[in-house]
Design a protein around this ligand. Structure first.
Ligand SMILES: Cc1ncc(C[n+]2csc(CCOP(=O)(O)OP(=O)(O)O)c2C)c(N)n1
Ligand SMILES: [Mg+2]
Length: 563
């Protein structure tokens, strides 16, 4: 088995399509699609084949030296992997699925990418073009596939002739690279993939656009911030999507403003910096703030309610999505801008109004320590979480999930680099952790990648242990096993008088499971043991599953005084 593994981790040499703009060539729809992907720099596709997309796989076989195909055991993994790949690289992630059930299987992952603004292109098959919406019951037919997928994408379109394909795909890339990045879908019927026609190649979509915002507004905001006494910044995932971390740190340092990083914004400023503050610092910082700036965040509080401010506090929001700015309460000032360009403009202008501010290091370090003492007191999650941190290098990637250690990590896992802490955002999707980690490792093969899973969530995608083994993807999957949908079970126990239903789990022997799939298995019960197991696993740099049997976990929201 081991001998037949493909050393897939090495990315193929990126051969851009050499076709010049405007040139026409006779080709199939499948070839036109592959050529347009190459033209946009795609060298990796996460896919699962089937008859309607044979024409595309056939063209991918011709282009196999330029584009590698990583195939999975369920379509949800194709989209999660594309998402993980996109989040840790500055590239789009591409997945490829059959229509109907294939796309429906991928939909939870697309919804997750949607909730986290991840640039994923989902290529989908269709039924034969003359049968679409006829309702005959063709293989994999669902009514209104485009309408269905539009609810979890920013843009979805169908091409029905080879000639249309380059334009349709280029528009999809334009959508991925403008405004708020969110998943897009392109679907092509099987007859179109095999049809042959003269196809003209359009110019590729331009690189990412970065609108800097209205200069007058920037000036007004720079004045407000520069003259503020106690400015506070809230930074969300938009900062990471826009690669705006240096601009964020520069502005925060000029203003000596603490930056509250949401769970999706973790890593926007290194947690080693005294200005980087966790979500629980909000309670201490918000009441004292006179001017508040929210950047690339939905601006919700710890209970997912719109943040509220006193009438004397000035609220400013900077977001690339005008709709988002107005959604949860009206700010006093709103800048519609890309986070990187908008923050850079503020950094440039703020000096005219800002005074030399004394360092707030002592005060904010003390606040950080106080919050850390509370968070790190929650055992055993803190012990396990900090064990992971201790063994991972600063740039190591952690993918969390809806599980006890994952919840803790959202508050307490120190994050030192951008795009090294990945969450499922407001979808909270079980099945996300392990598979997204596999995609992240493909994107960053030289970086350690660890996924935090519960036994329940891991069960959603454990078939992908086969993908991990076959493509030799050296992720370390941690499975915290309490033989339960533990969070659900605790709620049933404490809030529903012990009426336990559908939350106890009988699990496989994880060491045997790992062995059966041909990946390395380890088991340990303590944080110290986890450190040793992780150290050995990261050193070996091979596909690994570590089971950590655990007992009932404390309710951390209670400890934090949230619920
Ligand atoms: C796709 C999906 N289905 C259902 C849920 C509801 N849910 C939230 S937490 C949870 C239990 C998770 O169990 P496990 O992964 O073992 O983590 P634990 O709570 O035991 O630490 C469930 C079922 C979800 N978040 N996502
Ligand atoms: Mg569990």
């Amino acid at each position: 088995m081991k001998g037949s593994r493909v050393a897939q981790i090495e990315a193929p040499v990126r051969e851009r399509d050499q076709t010049t703009t405007g040139e026409t060539r006779m080709m199939t729809g499948g070839q036109a699609l592959v050529a347009t992907l190459q033209r946009h720099g795609v060298d990796t596709i996460f896919g699962l084949p089937g008859i309607q997309i044979d024409g595309l796989f056939n063209a991918l076989h011709e282009a196999r030296d330029a584009i590698r195909v990583i195939h999975t055991r369920h379509e949800q993994a194709t989209a999660y992997m594309a998402d993980g790949y996109a989040r840790v690289t500055d590239r789009e992630g591409v997945c490829l699925v059959v229509p109907g059930p294939g796309l429906l299987n991928a939909a939870a992952a697309l919804a997750t990418a949607y909730s986290c603004n991840s640039p994923v292109l989902c290529l989908t098959g269709q039924i034969r073009s003359d049968l679409i919406e006829v309702g005959r019951g063709a293989l994999h037919e669902i009514p209104n596939q485009l309408g269905m997928v539009r609810s979890v994408t920013k843009h979805a379109a169908r091409a029905v002739t080879p000639r249309e394909i380059p334009g349709t795909v280029t528009e999809a890339f334009r959508q991925l690279r403008t405004g708020r990045s969110r998943p897009v879908e392109v679907e092509v019927p099987p007859d179109t993939l095999f049809a042959m026609e003269e196809v003209e190649s359009p110019p590729p979509a331009p690189a990412r656009e970065r609108p800097a915002g209205d200069p007058d507004l920037i000036e007004r905001v720079a004045k407000l911030l520069g003259e503020a006494d106690q400015p506070v910044i809230y930074a969300g995932g938009g900062v990471l999507r826009a690669a705006a971390w240096e601009e964020l740190r520069a502005l925060a340092e000029l203003l000596q403003a603490p930056v509250i990083l949401t769970r999706n914004g973790k890593g926007g400023i290194s947690d080693r910096h005294y200005l980087a503050q966790g979500q629980l610092a909000d309670r201490a910082l918000r009441p004292r703030a006179d001017v508040v700036l929210g950047v690339g965040t939905r601006f919700l509080d710890l209970l997912d309610l719109p943040r509220t401010f006193a009438s004397g506090q000035t609220v400013i929001r900077l977001d690339v999505d005008a709709e988002e700015i107005g959604r949860n309460g009206r700010p006093d000032l709103a800048i519609e801008a890309d986070a990187k360009a908008g923050l850079a403009a503020l950094v440039e202008r703020v000096g005219r109004y800002n005074r030399r501010r004394p360092s707030r290091e002592a005060e904010l370090t003390a606040l950080k320590r106080g919050v850390a003492a509370l968070v790190n007191g929650v055992q055993p999650p803190a012990g396990f979480g900090l064990a992971i941190r201790a063994e991972l290098p600063d740039d190591g990637i952690v993918v969390g999930e809806m599980t006890q250690i994952g919840y803790w990590a959202n508050y307490g896992f120190p994050t030192y680099w951008p795009n090294t802490y990945l969450t499922a955002g407001y979808q909270g999707t079980l099945g996300f952790g392990f598979t997204t980690a596999l995609g992240a490792k493909i994107g960053k093969p030289g970086t350690p990648v660890v996924s935090i899973n519960g036994d329940g969530g891991f069960g959603f995608t454990l078939n992908e242990l086969a993908t991990m083994a076959q493509h030799n993807i050296a992720v370390v999957a941690l499975v915290f096993n309490d033989n339960a949908y533990g969070n659900v079970r605790r709620i049933q126990d404490l809030e529903y008088g012990g009426r336990i239903i559908a939350s106890d789990l009988v699990n496989p022997d994880y060491l045997k499971l790992a062995a059966a799939f041909g990946v390395t298995g380890r088991r340990t019960e303590t944080p110290e043991g986890l450190r040793v197991a992780l150290r050995e696993s990261l050193k070996a740099n091979e596909p690994t599953l570590i089971e950590i049997p655990v007992g009932v976990m404390p309710n951390l929201w209670k400890v934090f005084g949230l619920r």
